[in-house]
Ligand binder design. Sequence first.
Ligand code: 0X9
Ligand code: ZN
Length: 554
Amino acid sequence: MSHPARWKRLIPLALAAALAAGAGGQVQAAAPPDPKAEAYQQNELVQLLRISTPTAADKQRLTTLDLDLAESAGQSFVDVVAYGNHDRRLLELAGFTWTTLEDDLVGADREREAADAAYAEAVRSKTIAATLPSGRTAYRQLADYTNEMAALAGQYPTKVKQFTLKNPSLENRAVRGIEITRDVNANNGKPVFLMLGLHHAREWPSGELTMEFAYDLLKNDGVDPRITNILDKARVVFVPVVNPDGFDLSRTLGYELKRKNCRITNGQVPTTGQCAQSANRSRGVDLNRNYSGFWGGPGASSSLTSETYRGAAAFSEPESRSVQALVSGHQVTTLITNHTYSGLVLREPGYAGAGPTPDEAIYKALGDQMAAQNGYTSQFSYQLYDTTGTTEDWSYYATGGLGFTFEHGTSTFHPAFSSVVNMYFGSGSTAGKGNRSAFLLAAESTINPARHSIVTGSGPAGAVLRLKKSFTTKTWNGTQLPDVLDSTMVVPAGGSYTWHINPSTRPAVVQQGGTEAWTLTCERPTGQVLETRQVTVARGASVTANLTTCVAGF
Ligand code: 0X9
Ligand code: ZN
Protein backbone atom coordinates (compact mmCIF):
# COMPACT_ATOMS: atom_id res chain seq x y z
CA MET A 1 0.00 0.00 0.00
CA SER A 2 2.85 2.39 0.71
CA HIS A 3 4.53 1.68 -2.61
CA PRO A 4 4.57 5.04 -4.45
CA ALA A 5 3.31 3.71 -7.79
CA ARG A 6 0.30 2.04 -6.21
CA TRP A 7 -0.23 5.01 -3.94
CA LYS A 8 -0.31 7.41 -6.86
CA ARG A 9 -3.05 5.48 -8.58
CA LEU A 10 -5.26 5.63 -5.54
CA ILE A 11 -5.40 9.39 -5.16
CA PRO A 12 -6.24 12.18 -7.58
CA LEU A 13 -3.48 14.21 -9.15
CA ALA A 14 -4.15 17.42 -7.24
CA LEU A 15 -4.06 15.56 -3.98
CA ALA A 16 -0.98 13.63 -5.07
CA ALA A 17 0.75 16.88 -5.94
CA ALA A 18 -0.12 18.40 -2.58
CA LEU A 19 1.05 15.32 -0.73
CA ALA A 20 4.18 15.14 -2.87
CA ALA A 21 5.03 18.76 -2.08
CA GLY A 22 4.55 18.05 1.63
CA ALA A 23 6.78 14.99 1.40
CA GLY A 24 9.62 16.89 -0.15
CA GLY A 25 8.67 16.13 -3.74
CA GLN A 26 9.56 12.41 -3.74
CA VAL A 27 6.51 11.57 -5.84
CA GLN A 28 7.26 11.94 -9.55
CA ALA A 29 4.73 13.48 -11.91
CA ALA A 30 2.75 10.66 -13.50
CA ALA A 31 0.55 10.34 -16.57
CA PRO A 32 -3.06 11.10 -15.60
CA PRO A 33 -4.53 7.94 -14.06
CA ASP A 34 -7.67 6.41 -15.50
CA PRO A 35 -9.26 4.88 -12.45
CA LYS A 36 -12.49 4.06 -14.24
CA ALA A 37 -10.82 2.02 -16.95
CA GLU A 38 -8.83 0.31 -14.26
CA ALA A 39 -11.88 -0.43 -12.14
CA TYR A 40 -13.56 -2.11 -15.10
CA GLN A 41 -10.40 -4.02 -16.01
CA GLN A 42 -10.05 -5.28 -12.45
CA ASN A 43 -13.76 -6.15 -12.23
CA GLU A 44 -14.12 -3.83 -9.27
CA LEU A 45 -17.69 -2.97 -8.33
CA VAL A 46 -19.37 0.08 -9.81
CA GLN A 47 -21.67 1.34 -7.08
CA LEU A 48 -24.30 3.99 -6.56
CA LEU A 49 -23.48 5.77 -3.33
CA ARG A 50 -25.48 8.37 -1.42
CA ILE A 51 -22.86 10.72 -0.04
CA SER A 52 -23.68 12.62 3.12
CA THR A 53 -23.25 16.38 2.57
CA PRO A 54 -24.71 18.09 5.64
CA THR A 55 -23.55 21.56 4.59
CA ALA A 56 -23.45 23.51 1.35
CA ALA A 57 -19.67 23.59 1.75
CA ASP A 58 -19.61 19.76 1.79
CA LYS A 59 -21.61 19.69 -1.43
CA GLN A 60 -19.25 22.21 -2.98
CA ARG A 61 -16.22 20.21 -1.85
CA LEU A 62 -17.71 17.03 -3.29
CA THR A 63 -18.10 18.66 -6.70
CA THR A 64 -14.36 19.41 -6.78
CA LEU A 65 -13.42 15.72 -6.44
CA ASP A 66 -14.30 15.07 -10.07
CA LEU A 67 -16.57 12.13 -9.39
CA ASP A 68 -19.51 10.96 -11.50
CA LEU A 69 -22.28 12.92 -9.79
CA ALA A 70 -25.91 12.07 -10.47
CA GLU A 71 -28.38 14.94 -10.51
CA SER A 72 -30.01 13.23 -7.55
CA ALA A 73 -29.51 15.10 -4.30
CA GLY A 74 -31.37 16.35 -1.29
CA GLN A 75 -30.72 18.84 1.50
CA SER A 76 -27.91 16.71 2.85
CA PHE A 77 -26.88 14.18 0.22
CA VAL A 78 -25.67 13.75 -3.34
CA ASP A 79 -25.72 10.46 -5.28
CA VAL A 80 -22.45 9.45 -6.90
CA VAL A 81 -21.51 6.63 -9.25
CA ALA A 82 -18.32 5.25 -7.72
CA TYR A 83 -16.05 3.27 -10.03
CA GLY A 84 -14.22 0.72 -7.95
CA ASN A 85 -11.76 1.17 -5.12
CA HIS A 86 -10.28 4.39 -6.45
CA ASP A 87 -13.43 6.46 -6.12
CA ARG A 88 -14.34 5.02 -2.75
CA ARG A 89 -10.83 5.68 -1.45
CA LEU A 90 -10.98 9.20 -2.83
CA LEU A 91 -14.20 9.82 -0.90
CA GLU A 92 -12.70 8.31 2.24
CA LEU A 93 -9.57 10.45 2.01
CA ALA A 94 -11.74 13.51 1.62
CA GLY A 95 -13.59 12.53 4.79
CA PHE A 96 -16.98 11.75 3.30
CA THR A 97 -19.37 9.11 4.57
CA TRP A 98 -22.12 7.41 2.59
CA THR A 99 -24.76 4.78 2.31
CA THR A 100 -24.75 2.34 -0.59
CA LEU A 101 -27.85 2.60 -2.78
CA GLU A 102 -26.75 -0.05 -5.25
CA ASP A 103 -23.73 -2.19 -4.50
CA ASP A 104 -23.33 -3.51 -8.05
CA LEU A 105 -24.76 -1.28 -10.76
CA VAL A 106 -23.60 -3.52 -13.58
CA GLY A 107 -25.11 -6.57 -11.88
CA ALA A 108 -28.33 -4.61 -11.30
CA ASP A 109 -28.51 -4.04 -15.02
CA ARG A 110 -28.49 -7.80 -15.59
CA GLU A 111 -31.42 -8.08 -13.18
CA ARG A 112 -33.20 -5.25 -14.97
CA GLU A 113 -32.83 -7.10 -18.24
CA ALA A 114 -34.51 -10.13 -16.73
CA ALA A 115 -37.31 -7.96 -15.32
CA ASP A 116 -37.76 -6.26 -18.68
CA ALA A 117 -37.96 -9.60 -20.47
CA ALA A 118 -40.64 -10.74 -18.01
CA TYR A 119 -42.58 -7.51 -18.54
CA ALA A 120 -42.42 -7.87 -22.33
CA GLU A 121 -43.53 -11.49 -22.06
CA ALA A 122 -46.46 -10.54 -19.83
CA VAL A 123 -47.60 -8.05 -22.45
CA ARG A 124 -47.06 -10.56 -25.25
CA SER A 125 -49.12 -13.19 -23.47
CA LYS A 126 -51.72 -10.51 -22.68
CA THR A 127 -51.38 -10.90 -18.90
CA ILE A 128 -51.03 -7.12 -18.89
CA ALA A 129 -51.81 -4.59 -21.60
CA ALA A 130 -49.18 -2.49 -23.38
CA THR A 131 -50.08 1.09 -22.67
CA LEU A 132 -47.45 3.37 -24.15
CA PRO A 133 -48.59 5.23 -27.28
CA SER A 134 -46.14 3.22 -29.40
CA GLY A 135 -47.10 -0.08 -27.76
CA ARG A 136 -43.46 -0.74 -26.94
CA THR A 137 -42.61 -3.00 -24.05
CA ALA A 138 -38.82 -2.72 -23.91
CA TYR A 139 -36.12 -0.07 -24.29
CA ARG A 140 -35.30 0.83 -27.86
CA GLN A 141 -31.99 0.18 -29.52
CA LEU A 142 -30.53 2.90 -31.76
CA ALA A 143 -31.90 1.22 -34.90
CA ASP A 144 -35.40 1.22 -33.38
CA TYR A 145 -35.30 5.01 -33.12
CA THR A 146 -34.11 5.37 -36.69
CA ASN A 147 -36.58 2.86 -38.12
CA GLU A 148 -39.55 4.16 -36.16
CA MET A 149 -38.98 7.77 -37.17
CA ALA A 150 -38.77 6.71 -40.81
CA ALA A 151 -41.92 4.61 -40.42
CA LEU A 152 -43.85 7.51 -38.85
CA ALA A 153 -42.82 9.79 -41.72
CA GLY A 154 -44.08 7.15 -44.15
CA GLN A 155 -47.31 6.58 -42.25
CA TYR A 156 -48.19 10.24 -41.73
CA PRO A 157 -46.71 12.09 -44.75
CA THR A 158 -48.66 15.31 -44.17
CA LYS A 159 -47.90 15.47 -40.46
CA VAL A 160 -44.37 14.09 -40.07
CA LYS A 161 -41.20 15.23 -41.75
CA GLN A 162 -37.93 13.46 -41.13
CA PHE A 163 -34.71 15.40 -41.10
CA THR A 164 -31.04 14.81 -40.50
CA LEU A 165 -29.12 17.19 -38.31
CA LYS A 166 -26.22 19.15 -39.74
CA ASN A 167 -23.34 16.97 -38.59
CA PRO A 168 -22.98 13.23 -38.32
CA SER A 169 -21.69 11.99 -34.98
CA LEU A 170 -17.98 11.37 -34.43
CA GLU A 171 -18.46 7.72 -35.46
CA ASN A 172 -20.24 9.01 -38.55
CA ARG A 173 -23.79 8.15 -37.60
CA ALA A 174 -26.58 10.37 -38.85
CA VAL A 175 -28.36 12.24 -36.07
CA ARG A 176 -32.03 12.21 -36.95
CA GLY A 177 -35.19 13.96 -35.95
CA ILE A 178 -38.81 14.44 -36.93
CA GLU A 179 -41.03 17.48 -37.12
CA ILE A 180 -44.70 17.06 -36.37
CA THR A 181 -47.47 19.52 -37.20
CA ARG A 182 -50.51 19.75 -39.40
CA ASP A 183 -49.38 20.36 -42.98
CA VAL A 184 -45.77 19.75 -42.02
CA ASN A 185 -44.29 20.73 -45.38
CA ALA A 186 -45.67 24.27 -45.21
CA ASN A 187 -43.11 26.67 -43.72
CA ASN A 188 -45.79 28.79 -42.11
CA GLY A 189 -44.39 30.51 -39.04
CA LYS A 190 -45.77 28.33 -36.26
CA PRO A 191 -43.92 28.51 -32.94
CA VAL A 192 -41.55 25.59 -32.37
CA PHE A 193 -41.37 23.28 -29.36
CA LEU A 194 -38.13 21.27 -29.45
CA MET A 195 -37.72 18.12 -27.43
CA LEU A 196 -34.32 16.45 -27.07
CA GLY A 197 -33.29 13.11 -25.63
CA LEU A 198 -30.13 11.18 -24.90
CA HIS A 199 -27.45 13.82 -24.67
CA HIS A 200 -26.26 11.38 -22.01
CA ALA A 201 -25.99 7.84 -23.34
CA ARG A 202 -27.04 5.92 -20.24
CA GLU A 203 -30.20 7.96 -19.67
CA TRP A 204 -32.39 5.69 -21.81
CA PRO A 205 -35.81 6.93 -20.61
CA SER A 206 -34.93 10.39 -21.97
CA GLY A 207 -35.16 9.03 -25.51
CA GLU A 208 -38.17 6.83 -24.79
CA LEU A 209 -40.30 9.67 -23.41
CA THR A 210 -39.35 11.86 -26.35
CA MET A 211 -40.50 9.19 -28.83
CA GLU A 212 -43.66 8.37 -26.91
CA PHE A 213 -44.81 11.99 -26.99
CA ALA A 214 -44.31 12.00 -30.77
CA TYR A 215 -46.46 8.85 -31.12
CA ASP A 216 -49.05 10.30 -28.77
CA LEU A 217 -49.46 13.46 -30.85
CA LEU A 218 -49.96 11.39 -33.98
CA LYS A 219 -52.26 8.77 -32.47
CA ASN A 220 -54.48 11.30 -30.74
CA ASP A 221 -54.67 14.04 -33.33
CA GLY A 222 -58.40 14.45 -33.99
CA VAL A 223 -59.18 12.37 -30.88
CA ASP A 224 -57.90 14.53 -28.02
CA PRO A 225 -58.85 18.19 -28.63
CA ARG A 226 -55.73 19.42 -26.82
CA ILE A 227 -53.55 17.50 -29.24
CA THR A 228 -55.58 18.58 -32.27
CA ASN A 229 -55.06 22.18 -31.18
CA ILE A 230 -51.32 21.62 -30.68
CA LEU A 231 -50.92 20.17 -34.18
CA ASP A 232 -52.88 23.09 -35.60
CA LYS A 233 -50.79 25.76 -33.95
CA ALA A 234 -47.32 24.49 -33.07
CA ARG A 235 -44.50 22.67 -34.80
CA VAL A 236 -43.12 20.04 -32.46
CA VAL A 237 -39.58 18.93 -33.26
CA PHE A 238 -38.08 15.76 -31.81
CA VAL A 239 -34.46 14.62 -31.65
CA PRO A 240 -34.67 11.55 -29.41
CA VAL A 241 -30.99 10.57 -29.68
CA VAL A 242 -28.57 13.50 -29.66
CA ASN A 243 -25.64 11.20 -28.85
CA PRO A 244 -26.05 8.09 -31.04
CA ASP A 245 -22.48 6.80 -30.60
CA GLY A 246 -22.64 6.91 -26.83
CA PHE A 247 -26.16 5.50 -26.78
CA ASP A 248 -25.27 2.61 -29.06
CA LEU A 249 -22.38 1.71 -26.79
CA SER A 250 -24.52 2.09 -23.70
CA ARG A 251 -26.96 -0.46 -25.19
CA THR A 252 -24.09 -2.94 -25.43
CA LEU A 253 -23.63 -5.38 -22.58
CA GLY A 254 -21.08 -4.12 -20.09
CA TYR A 255 -21.18 -0.49 -21.25
CA GLU A 256 -24.52 0.53 -19.75
CA LEU A 257 -23.02 3.40 -17.75
CA LYS A 258 -21.48 5.20 -20.72
CA ARG A 259 -22.47 8.89 -20.47
CA LYS A 260 -20.39 10.93 -22.92
CA ASN A 261 -19.72 10.89 -26.66
CA CYS A 262 -16.91 9.07 -28.47
CA ARG A 263 -14.17 11.70 -28.50
CA ILE A 264 -11.07 9.69 -27.65
CA THR A 265 -8.42 12.25 -28.53
CA ASN A 266 -9.04 15.98 -28.81
CA GLY A 267 -9.31 17.10 -32.41
CA GLN A 268 -9.30 13.55 -33.77
CA VAL A 269 -12.08 11.43 -35.19
CA PRO A 270 -12.07 8.05 -33.44
CA THR A 271 -11.18 4.96 -35.44
CA THR A 272 -13.65 2.08 -35.67
CA GLY A 273 -13.93 0.27 -32.37
CA GLN A 274 -11.79 2.76 -30.48
CA CYS A 275 -14.66 4.05 -28.35
CA ALA A 276 -15.37 0.58 -26.99
CA GLN A 277 -11.76 -0.25 -26.11
CA SER A 278 -11.51 -0.81 -22.40
CA ALA A 279 -8.63 1.66 -22.01
CA ASN A 280 -10.84 4.38 -23.49
CA ARG A 281 -13.93 3.86 -21.42
CA SER A 282 -13.65 7.07 -19.45
CA ARG A 283 -12.83 9.21 -22.45
CA GLY A 284 -15.31 11.40 -24.26
CA VAL A 285 -16.88 14.83 -24.10
CA ASP A 286 -19.92 15.51 -21.94
CA LEU A 287 -22.16 17.02 -24.62
CA ASN A 288 -24.07 18.81 -21.88
CA ARG A 289 -20.94 20.81 -21.01
CA ASN A 290 -19.88 21.58 -24.58
CA TYR A 291 -22.31 24.38 -25.48
CA SER A 292 -20.82 27.85 -25.59
CA GLY A 293 -22.90 29.53 -22.86
CA PHE A 294 -20.50 30.10 -19.94
CA TRP A 295 -18.33 27.32 -21.41
CA GLY A 296 -15.20 26.76 -19.33
CA GLY A 297 -16.85 27.73 -16.05
CA PRO A 298 -17.71 25.82 -12.88
CA GLY A 299 -19.38 22.41 -12.85
CA ALA A 300 -17.44 21.13 -15.83
CA SER A 301 -14.03 19.54 -16.14
CA SER A 302 -11.00 20.13 -18.33
CA SER A 303 -9.98 16.48 -18.06
CA LEU A 304 -10.79 14.16 -20.96
CA THR A 305 -11.52 11.29 -18.58
CA SER A 306 -13.91 13.22 -16.35
CA GLU A 307 -17.62 12.47 -16.75
CA THR A 308 -18.19 16.21 -17.11
CA TYR A 309 -15.39 16.88 -19.61
CA ARG A 310 -16.34 20.07 -21.43
CA GLY A 311 -14.31 19.39 -24.59
CA ALA A 312 -11.27 21.15 -26.01
CA ALA A 313 -13.37 24.20 -26.96
CA ALA A 314 -16.98 25.33 -26.90
CA PHE A 315 -18.90 23.46 -29.61
CA SER A 316 -15.88 21.26 -30.34
CA GLU A 317 -18.28 18.32 -30.80
CA PRO A 318 -20.35 17.68 -33.92
CA GLU A 319 -23.32 16.48 -31.87
CA SER A 320 -23.69 19.70 -29.86
CA ARG A 321 -22.99 21.79 -32.97
CA SER A 322 -25.89 19.99 -34.64
CA VAL A 323 -28.27 21.02 -31.87
CA GLN A 324 -26.92 24.55 -32.10
CA ALA A 325 -27.62 24.64 -35.85
CA LEU A 326 -31.11 23.21 -35.38
CA VAL A 327 -32.05 25.78 -32.74
CA SER A 328 -30.43 28.62 -34.71
CA GLY A 329 -32.45 27.70 -37.79
CA HIS A 330 -35.88 27.67 -36.11
CA GLN A 331 -37.84 29.89 -33.77
CA VAL A 332 -37.64 27.46 -30.86
CA THR A 333 -39.76 29.21 -28.25
CA THR A 334 -39.88 26.22 -25.87
CA LEU A 335 -37.23 23.53 -25.37
CA ILE A 336 -37.17 20.48 -23.16
CA THR A 337 -34.00 18.46 -22.96
CA ASN A 338 -34.73 15.13 -21.31
CA HIS A 339 -32.31 13.52 -18.86
CA THR A 340 -32.42 11.09 -15.93
CA TYR A 341 -32.65 10.97 -12.95
CA SER A 342 -34.14 12.53 -9.81
CA GLY A 343 -37.49 14.12 -10.54
CA LEU A 344 -36.57 17.69 -11.42
CA VAL A 345 -37.78 20.39 -13.77
CA LEU A 346 -34.77 22.70 -14.09
CA ARG A 347 -34.70 26.19 -15.52
CA GLU A 348 -31.93 28.72 -16.00
CA PRO A 349 -29.65 29.95 -14.62
CA GLY A 350 -27.31 26.98 -14.49
CA TYR A 351 -24.88 28.63 -12.16
CA ALA A 352 -25.83 30.85 -9.27
CA GLY A 353 -23.56 33.74 -10.21
CA ALA A 354 -25.47 34.40 -13.43
CA GLY A 355 -28.23 36.02 -11.39
CA PRO A 356 -31.97 35.73 -12.02
CA THR A 357 -33.14 35.76 -15.62
CA PRO A 358 -35.39 38.61 -16.78
CA ASP A 359 -38.00 35.98 -17.62
CA GLU A 360 -38.12 34.44 -14.15
CA ALA A 361 -41.85 35.07 -13.66
CA ILE A 362 -43.04 33.16 -16.74
CA TYR A 363 -40.09 30.76 -16.68
CA LYS A 364 -40.99 29.74 -13.12
CA ALA A 365 -44.71 29.68 -13.85
CA LEU A 366 -44.25 27.21 -16.69
CA GLY A 367 -41.73 25.10 -14.77
CA ASP A 368 -44.07 24.94 -11.78
CA GLN A 369 -47.09 24.08 -13.94
CA MET A 370 -45.21 21.22 -15.56
CA ALA A 371 -43.86 19.98 -12.24
CA ALA A 372 -47.41 19.90 -10.86
CA GLN A 373 -48.16 17.32 -13.56
CA ASN A 374 -45.15 15.03 -13.27
CA GLY A 375 -44.71 15.48 -9.52
CA TYR A 376 -41.13 16.67 -9.89
CA THR A 377 -39.47 19.59 -8.11
CA SER A 378 -39.33 22.80 -10.12
CA GLN A 379 -36.16 24.76 -9.41
CA PHE A 380 -33.14 26.59 -10.80
CA SER A 381 -30.54 24.38 -12.44
CA TYR A 382 -27.88 25.62 -10.05
CA GLN A 383 -29.80 24.64 -6.94
CA LEU A 384 -28.05 21.29 -6.76
CA TYR A 385 -24.68 22.42 -8.05
CA ASP A 386 -23.40 24.88 -10.64
CA THR A 387 -22.95 23.72 -14.21
CA THR A 388 -21.83 25.59 -17.33
CA GLY A 389 -21.90 24.79 -21.04
CA THR A 390 -25.25 22.97 -20.86
CA THR A 391 -27.84 23.06 -23.63
CA GLU A 392 -29.95 25.89 -22.18
CA ASP A 393 -26.90 27.80 -20.92
CA TRP A 394 -26.50 28.48 -24.61
CA SER A 395 -30.03 28.21 -26.05
CA TYR A 396 -31.89 30.36 -23.54
CA TYR A 397 -29.35 33.18 -23.50
CA ALA A 398 -28.87 33.09 -27.28
CA THR A 399 -32.52 32.83 -28.31
CA GLY A 400 -34.70 33.75 -25.34
CA GLY A 401 -36.65 30.49 -25.90
CA LEU A 402 -37.63 29.00 -22.55
CA GLY A 403 -35.46 25.93 -22.07
CA PHE A 404 -35.84 23.25 -19.39
CA THR A 405 -33.90 20.19 -18.31
CA PHE A 406 -36.17 17.40 -17.11
CA GLU A 407 -34.52 14.85 -14.85
CA HIS A 408 -36.84 11.86 -15.02
CA GLY A 409 -37.10 8.99 -12.60
CA THR A 410 -36.28 8.36 -9.00
CA SER A 411 -33.55 5.84 -8.53
CA THR A 412 -31.22 5.28 -11.42
CA PHE A 413 -30.32 6.27 -14.99
CA HIS A 414 -32.33 3.50 -16.71
CA PRO A 415 -34.65 1.67 -14.36
CA ALA A 416 -36.88 -1.26 -15.33
CA PHE A 417 -38.77 -0.43 -18.51
CA SER A 418 -42.10 -0.60 -16.71
CA SER A 419 -41.11 2.61 -14.89
CA VAL A 420 -41.00 4.43 -18.24
CA VAL A 421 -44.74 3.77 -18.45
CA ASN A 422 -45.18 5.37 -15.02
CA MET A 423 -43.00 8.31 -15.96
CA TYR A 424 -45.10 8.90 -19.05
CA PHE A 425 -48.60 8.54 -17.62
CA GLY A 426 -47.82 9.27 -13.98
CA SER A 427 -48.41 6.96 -11.05
CA GLY A 428 -49.53 7.29 -7.45
CA SER A 429 -50.39 10.92 -6.78
CA THR A 430 -49.62 11.86 -10.39
CA ALA A 431 -51.59 8.97 -11.95
CA GLY A 432 -53.27 10.16 -15.13
CA LYS A 433 -50.95 13.17 -15.35
CA GLY A 434 -47.23 12.46 -15.51
CA ASN A 435 -44.89 13.69 -18.20
CA ARG A 436 -47.56 13.30 -20.85
CA SER A 437 -49.43 16.16 -19.19
CA ALA A 438 -46.26 18.14 -18.56
CA PHE A 439 -45.28 17.87 -22.24
CA LEU A 440 -48.79 18.90 -23.31
CA LEU A 441 -48.48 21.99 -21.12
CA ALA A 442 -45.12 22.80 -22.70
CA ALA A 443 -46.70 22.50 -26.15
CA GLU A 444 -49.60 24.71 -25.12
CA SER A 445 -47.23 27.25 -23.63
CA THR A 446 -45.44 27.27 -26.98
CA ILE A 447 -48.69 28.39 -28.60
CA ASN A 448 -49.42 31.01 -25.93
CA PRO A 449 -48.55 34.45 -27.44
CA ALA A 450 -47.92 35.88 -23.96
CA ARG A 451 -44.84 33.68 -23.82
CA HIS A 452 -43.22 34.54 -27.13
CA SER A 453 -43.36 37.33 -29.73
CA ILE A 454 -45.18 37.84 -33.03
CA VAL A 455 -44.40 39.67 -36.24
CA THR A 456 -47.35 39.96 -38.57
CA GLY A 457 -48.35 41.85 -41.69
CA SER A 458 -48.85 41.67 -45.40
CA GLY A 459 -46.44 40.45 -48.04
CA PRO A 460 -46.45 38.73 -51.39
CA ALA A 461 -47.69 35.14 -51.28
CA GLY A 462 -44.78 32.78 -51.82
CA ALA A 463 -42.14 35.25 -50.67
CA VAL A 464 -39.52 33.96 -48.24
CA LEU A 465 -39.32 35.96 -45.05
CA ARG A 466 -36.11 35.67 -43.11
CA LEU A 467 -35.30 36.72 -39.56
CA LYS A 468 -31.65 37.02 -38.82
CA LYS A 469 -29.55 38.18 -35.93
CA SER A 470 -25.79 38.03 -35.43
CA PHE A 471 -24.17 38.44 -32.06
CA THR A 472 -21.55 36.85 -29.88
CA THR A 473 -21.92 34.47 -26.98
CA LYS A 474 -19.45 34.87 -24.14
CA THR A 475 -17.65 31.88 -22.71
CA TRP A 476 -16.43 31.84 -19.10
CA ASN A 477 -13.05 33.41 -19.86
CA GLY A 478 -14.67 36.19 -21.89
CA THR A 479 -14.03 34.82 -25.37
CA GLN A 480 -16.75 36.05 -27.71
CA LEU A 481 -17.99 33.34 -30.05
CA PRO A 482 -20.00 34.31 -33.12
CA ASP A 483 -23.63 33.18 -33.18
CA VAL A 484 -26.11 33.59 -36.03
CA LEU A 485 -29.82 32.92 -35.72
CA ASP A 486 -31.35 32.56 -39.18
CA SER A 487 -34.84 31.20 -39.81
CA THR A 488 -37.43 31.56 -42.54
CA MET A 489 -41.13 31.30 -43.29
CA VAL A 490 -43.05 31.59 -46.53
CA VAL A 491 -45.91 34.10 -46.92
CA PRO A 492 -49.07 32.01 -47.39
CA ALA A 493 -51.62 32.40 -50.18
CA GLY A 494 -53.74 35.43 -49.39
CA GLY A 495 -50.73 37.63 -48.71
CA SER A 496 -50.83 38.03 -44.96
CA TYR A 497 -48.49 36.34 -42.53
CA THR A 498 -48.15 35.75 -38.80
CA TRP A 499 -44.81 34.57 -37.51
CA HIS A 500 -44.43 33.27 -33.95
CA ILE A 501 -40.90 34.07 -32.88
CA ASN A 502 -38.58 34.66 -30.00
CA PRO A 503 -38.16 38.19 -28.63
CA SER A 504 -35.69 40.30 -30.59
CA THR A 505 -33.70 41.28 -27.51
CA ARG A 506 -31.64 38.57 -25.82
CA PRO A 507 -32.17 38.03 -22.07
CA ALA A 508 -28.77 39.41 -21.06
CA VAL A 509 -29.46 42.60 -23.03
CA VAL A 510 -32.95 42.90 -21.53
CA GLN A 511 -31.30 42.60 -18.12
CA GLN A 512 -29.10 45.60 -18.91
CA GLY A 513 -32.06 47.61 -20.16
CA GLY A 514 -31.02 47.47 -23.82
CA THR A 515 -32.84 46.40 -26.95
CA GLU A 516 -31.91 44.43 -30.06
CA ALA A 517 -33.65 44.03 -33.38
CA TRP A 518 -34.20 41.17 -35.76
CA THR A 519 -33.28 41.91 -39.35
CA LEU A 520 -36.33 40.92 -41.39
CA THR A 521 -35.84 40.41 -45.11
CA CYS A 522 -38.45 39.67 -47.75
CA GLU A 523 -36.92 37.58 -50.53
CA ARG A 524 -37.73 35.88 -53.76
CA PRO A 525 -37.39 32.07 -53.47
CA THR A 526 -34.09 32.56 -55.34
CA GLY A 527 -32.74 34.47 -52.35
CA GLN A 528 -32.89 37.90 -53.98
CA VAL A 529 -33.66 40.38 -51.19
CA LEU A 530 -36.46 42.83 -52.04
CA GLU A 531 -36.95 44.53 -48.70
CA THR A 532 -35.12 44.75 -45.39
CA ARG A 533 -36.62 45.91 -42.11
CA GLN A 534 -35.48 46.07 -38.50
CA VAL A 535 -37.99 44.50 -36.13
CA THR A 536 -37.87 45.09 -32.40
CA VAL A 537 -40.37 43.03 -30.45
CA ALA A 538 -40.58 42.11 -26.78
CA ARG A 539 -41.90 38.92 -25.24
CA GLY A 540 -45.69 38.93 -25.21
CA ALA A 541 -45.80 41.64 -27.87
CA SER A 542 -46.82 41.65 -31.52
CA VAL A 543 -45.53 44.05 -34.17
CA THR A 544 -46.81 44.69 -37.66
CA ALA A 545 -44.46 44.77 -40.63
CA ASN A 546 -46.28 45.26 -43.93
CA LEU A 547 -43.80 44.48 -46.67
CA THR A 548 -44.93 47.00 -49.25
CA THR A 549 -41.72 47.34 -51.27
CA CYS A 550 -41.55 43.57 -51.48
CA VAL A 551 -45.14 43.37 -52.74
CA ALA A 552 -44.41 45.95 -55.41
CA GLY A 553 -41.25 44.23 -56.59
CA PHE A 554 -42.25 40.57 -56.28
O1 0X9 B 1 -25.22 17.21 -15.24
C1 0X9 B 1 -26.04 17.31 -16.16
O2 0X9 B 1 -25.72 17.51 -17.32
C2 0X9 B 1 -27.52 17.18 -15.83
N1 0X9 B 1 -27.71 16.10 -14.90
S1 0X9 B 1 -27.46 14.55 -15.36
O3 0X9 B 1 -27.56 13.70 -14.19
N2 0X9 B 1 -28.63 14.11 -16.33
O4 0X9 B 1 -26.24 14.44 -16.04
C3 0X9 B 1 -28.01 18.43 -15.16
C4 0X9 B 1 -27.70 19.74 -15.82
C5 0X9 B 1 -28.23 20.91 -15.07
N3 0X9 B 1 -28.04 20.74 -13.67
C6 0X9 B 1 -27.33 21.53 -12.85
N4 0X9 B 1 -26.96 22.74 -13.18
N5 0X9 B 1 -27.02 21.05 -11.68
ZN1 ZN C 1 -28.14 13.77 -18.26
